[in-house]
Design a protein around this ligand. Structure first.
Ligand code: NAP
Length: 316
């Protein structure tokens, strides 16, 4: 069944690190694919999974940068992937499938945030294309390799609170807003996990989405100091506002989603702070999951649209 959006009391929390959530787990013999696995939360995810014995494949937009970042890691392999280019997605997937290996864990950690209006492929809005459509096409193309017991982890954000998927104007033709576009893409990340879980659970594959927390990483690369102040991320003196996690803490929820036995038999849920999230309060607030992000009908609708746009659907 789909996971109810209520805490289970995992014993972990906002301060837990990725290393702590895998402590005691032996992932020897497991294969993980981590997009963005060479920067920010993805890098710390790769570190924790390899330290626990997994072999991690990191498909990278910047191969040399990834190789440099991952130098000295135990069992890691870098390949090439641009999520904004469906030919690149298809090429990486066929190279991986040709290797004959199975996948135990897929973590879609790559993403961009609040980029200036950019069009990719056939004119798609870049945040929706990179954060959602690229991962959608990649998981569908890799589907034959997923082993029973595997998990797919879709790294979303509290940014999904900015708004739902705009089915009447997915590409922001009527006027671009970089934060609404990020919100749409992050809502899509949650809906993707909801419907994938529904389609895949009979084959023993489960999917989760999550908010990792607030962590200062290269994700802010498109924002100048003024915009960071306007977004409430920096105060007037340029200091980071509010509570922030370290990258090791930020990676914990996605590593927990990918590996924790506490989630056995569950799927389709949205997580935060290494636990299942509660529904977002109707009167606002910054925690929890919005109804429109876990609505099964919206999830199915997004799946259908995404399959039409990308031309890929492993479940057709
Ligand atoms: N940091 C936070 O506070 C926060 C909060 C909520 C949610 N998140 C989510 O967490 C995830 C990871 O973010 P992060 O903070 O770790 O950011 P990050 O350090 O900027 O890492 C993002 C990764 O995505 C890769 N990427 C971007 N565009 C790509 C493309 N077209 N194809 C392939 N890879 C691409 C980047 O590669 P290059 O460096 O080569 O471009 C980088 O490795 C994102 O999905 C983000 O939305 C983060």
């Amino acid at each position: 069944m789909t996971t109810a959006q209520h805490k289970i009391g995992s014993g972990f929390g906002a301060g837990s690190t990725a290393a702590e959530v895998v402590a005691g787990l032996d992932l020897t013999g497991k294969t993980a694919i981590v997009t963005g696995g060479y920067s920010g939360l993805g890098l710390e995810t790769t570190r924790a999974l390899t330290a626990a014995g997994a072999h991690v494949v990191v498909p990278a937009r910047r191969r040399a940068t990834a190789e440099e970042a991952l130098r000295g890691f135990e069992s890691v392999e870098v390949d090439e992937l641009d999520l904004a280019d469906l030919d690149s997605v298809a090429a990486f997937a066929s190279r991986f499938l040709a290797s004959g290996r199975g996948i135990d864990t897929f973590i879609g950690s790559a993403g961009i945030m609040a980029s200036p209006e950019t069009r990719v492929g056939p004119g798609w809005e870049a945040q929706f294309a990179t954060n959602h459509l690229g991962h959608f096409a990649l998981v569908n193309r890799l589907w034959p390799a997923f082993d029973a017991g595997a998990r797919v982890v879709s790294v979303s954000s509290r940014g999904h609170h900015f708004g739902p998927v705009r089915f009447d104007d997915l590409e922001f033709r009527a006027g671009y807003d970089k934060w609404l576009a990020y919100g749409q893409a992050k809502t899509a990340n949650v809906l993707f996990a909801v419907h994938l879980d529904r389609l895949a659970r009979d084959r023993g594959v489960r999917a989760f989405a999550l908010h990792p927390g607030r962590i200062m990483t290269d994700l802010v690369r498109y924002l100048d100091r003024e915009e960071l102040r306007a977004a409430g991320m920096l105060d007037a003196s340029g200091q980071v506002t509010g509570e922030v996690k370290t990258p090791e803490q930020g990676a914990a929820t996605q590593v927990w989603a990918a590996t924790s036995p506490q989630l056995d038999g569950l799927g389709g849920g949205y997580l935060e702070d290494c636990d299942i999230a509660e529904p977002a309060p109707a009167d606002g607030g910054r925690v929890g999951v919005k109804d429109y992000a876990i609505d099964p009908a919206l999830a199915e609708r997004l799946w259908t649209v995404s399959a039409e746009l990308t031309g890929v659907n492993a479940f057709a």
